[in-house]
Design a protein around this ligand. Structure first.
Ligand code: ADP
Ligand code: MG
Length: 571
């Protein structure tokens, strides 16, 4: 390692030279208190900015061990430090200038969710801290302006580091609150299993968001309060007793008039697989971590998926045990989504009628009489929902505002009225009984064969991923481009951060190059990378000489879902 003085004299030597001379700055420099590492130098001032990292020894960063030993605490602390660092960096970005991206300083900006990110990492055994970010190395035209880089690295950066990354520089109470919240959230997650719950929504939670494009809480929203019959009290280790609505395992319906807050509740539950920051309004809304939002997605590709529990005897005699299509219909896409989520280990399904295929969800009595069973290939979800729970232990939370067919299947019926939840299970069940009587008794339900979808699909590697020129690009929350092939993930509604798309791309590339072998099933392949990441961290699947700074963790469920949508997947 060189000293910071050596970097300074190097910068003075290359000042006014052609831009490529910046490449010589690659390396690590001791800045006393931290090590600056220049990991990658951009090719010209207009290219993607240079990659830089700051490394601080645990003893110097000074955070108490109990704040980073456990995974959930460490991730919360990393997230807090990153937010502080980002605030400092923002103040000085572009304070140094020049052409193109000269003077830019940028680091991940986490939103409401707390995620493991490559941008800020603490090593659990020694507390060593690394922060990764980008700097646009300054130039005038293509001529190095090293004086400006000197300002950035020797003046701005040390200040940003010292104001945000050392325990002594931060408000102790704030750090403690952050870690304590993570412990409380983890406690709720563990209690879900203990108490037989799929989700918990605390009294006092704010569920709606400011707007369709903002994750921030709505101001002046109706505050959530549990119906008395569903209220549970949890004894959080730091917060103390917290009451809220416990949604039991099984089948839960959310009903209510239009615009009364049904979808908003479901969205909060979808997001509850992640922890949220204090002040989000959903910090105590916690959902089973394997829960998957299911929806219709016509046009997607489906590869060798066994959708026969829902769809059989298609007119063109298409095989639905090994179903393939490049252009799914609403119902086939939703059927595939159910089976794929089972393959991905989901223990809860979240479904909103707003985004479902009607013919997949229901077939009413009258339609059944007019179009007889033989000419209808679909066994609707109503017929499988109980089996999914009783045989596979998969709960469903379903928003159904317009159709009564699910009442008899439900263990719990929740009505949203003016944004407040009411439990109406008894009433709804009684009405359903009376209604069935008026119709001449409930229709005899056909006995259904046990649903045993074959989920043991073996994946072959796609050689194009090995190409040295292979690139991964992402576009917002919508697409990951793998080489030349776009992968559409816009309907994976539980992806919340563009950095997760970067990581999905990285994971898929790694799996294509190193894991898929034509022998492992998709489940085994995902388990292999999950184990690797659990052992060696988020960077374990990254190749190249340095860890990229824009990666955020994804759940196995999203990894399965993304792979399943890859149109060139080889089986
Ligand atoms: P539904 O699915 O029942 O038709 P939504 O959940 O889409 O209704 O909610 C309708 C509107 O009400 C949305 O604009 C949403 O932001 C707003 N909203 C939802 N919950 C609340 C609440 N607790 N307080 C205030 N406004 C809310
Ligand atoms: Mg709705």
């Amino acid at each position: 390692m060189l000293s910071s003085m050596e970097l300074q004299s190097l910068l003075r030597r290359i000042d006014h030279k052609g831009y490529p001379a910046y490449k010589d700055t690659r390396g690590s420099y001791d800045f006393r208190g931290f090590v600056l590492s220049i990991d990658h130098v951009q090719g010209d001032p207009f290219a993607s900015p240079s990659k830089v990292s700051v490394h601080i020894k645990g003893a110097q960063a000074g955070f108490p061990k109990e704040y980073y030993k456990k995974r959930h605490c460490r991730i919360a602390l990393q997230d807090l430090l990153l937010r502080h660092f980002a605030r400092e960096i923002e103040k000085v970005s572009h304070k140094a200038g020049g052409s193109g991206k000269s003077g830019l300083m940028a680091v991940s900006r986490p939103r409401q969710e707390i995620l493991e990110r490559s941008a800020c990492q603490i090593t659990p055994d020694n507390g060593n801290l690394t922060v990764r970010f980008e700097v646009g190395f300054p130039a005038n035209g293509r001529t190095i302006n090293a004086r400006e880089l000197e300002k950035i690295l020797f003046d701005f950066l040390p200040k940003c580091v010292s104001f945000s990354l050392y325990y002594k520089a931060l408000d102790e109470k704030e750090v403690q609150r952050c870690v304590w919240l993570a412990e409380d959230q983890q406690y709720i997650r563990e209690q879900l299993a203990v108490q037989g719950l799929t989700a918990f929504v605390a009294n006092g939670a704010i569920l709606p968001r400011e707007s369709g494009v903002s994750g921030r809480p709505m101001k002046g929203a109706v505050v959530f309060a549990s119906p008395a019959s569903m209220e549970v009290e949890l004894a959080l280790p730091h917060h103390g007793p917290l009451r809220g609505m416990g949604i039991k395992k099984g089948v839960t319906l959310i009903v209510g008039g239009g615009y009364h807050g049904k979808s908003t509740l479901l969205k909060a539950l979808e997001a509850g697989v992640y922890n949220h920051i204090a002040g989000d309004g959903r910090e105590y809304v916690i959902t089973d971590g394997t829960a998957v939002k299911l929806r219709a997605e016509d046009g997607r590709s489906i590869k060798k998926t066994d959708i026969s529990m829902f769809i059989n005897h298609l007119p063109n005699k298409k095989d639905t045990v090994h179903f393939y299509t490049e252009d799914a219909s609403g119902s086939t896409s939703q059927a595939a989504a159910v089976v794929e989520a089972m393959e991905a280990g989901a223990k809860a399904f979240l479904i909103d009628e707003d985004t479902s295929a009607t013919n997949f969800m229901i077939r009413d009595e009258l339609m059944q009489r007019v179009v007889n069973r033989e000419s209808e290939p679909i066994t609707p979800f109503t017929h499988r929902i109980r089996q999914l729970y009783e045989v596979y232990g998969i709960s469903t939370i379903l928003v159904a505002g317009s159709c009564g067919s699910y009442f008899e299947k439900a263990d719990c019926v929740l009505q949203m009225k003016q944004y407040m939840p009411y439990e109406i299970t008894e009433f709804a069940k009684e009405e359903a009984r009376v209604f069935a009587g008026e119709q001449g008794g409930a229709p005899a339900e056909e006995a259904l064969a046990a649903a045993e979808p074959d989920v043991l699909r073996v994946i072959k590697p796609d050689k194009s991923f090995n190409d040295a020129r292979f690139k991964i690009k992402t576009g917002g929350l919508d697409t990951i481009t793998l080489g030349r092939e776009p992968l559409d993930v816009r309907y994976l509604e539980q992806l919340c951060d563009t950095e997760q798309l970067n990581y999905l791309g990285t994971l898929i590339k790694y799996m294509q190059c190193h894991v898929f072998d034509g022998k492992k099933t998709l489940q085994q392949a995902v388990e292999t990378v999950e184990r690797l990441i659990a052992d060696k961290g988020i960077g374990a699947v990254c190749e190249g000489s340095y860890l990229p700074c824009h990666l955020a963790e994804v759940r196995a469920q999203e990894l399965f879902a993304a792979i399943n949508r890859y149109r060139k997947l080889a089986l």
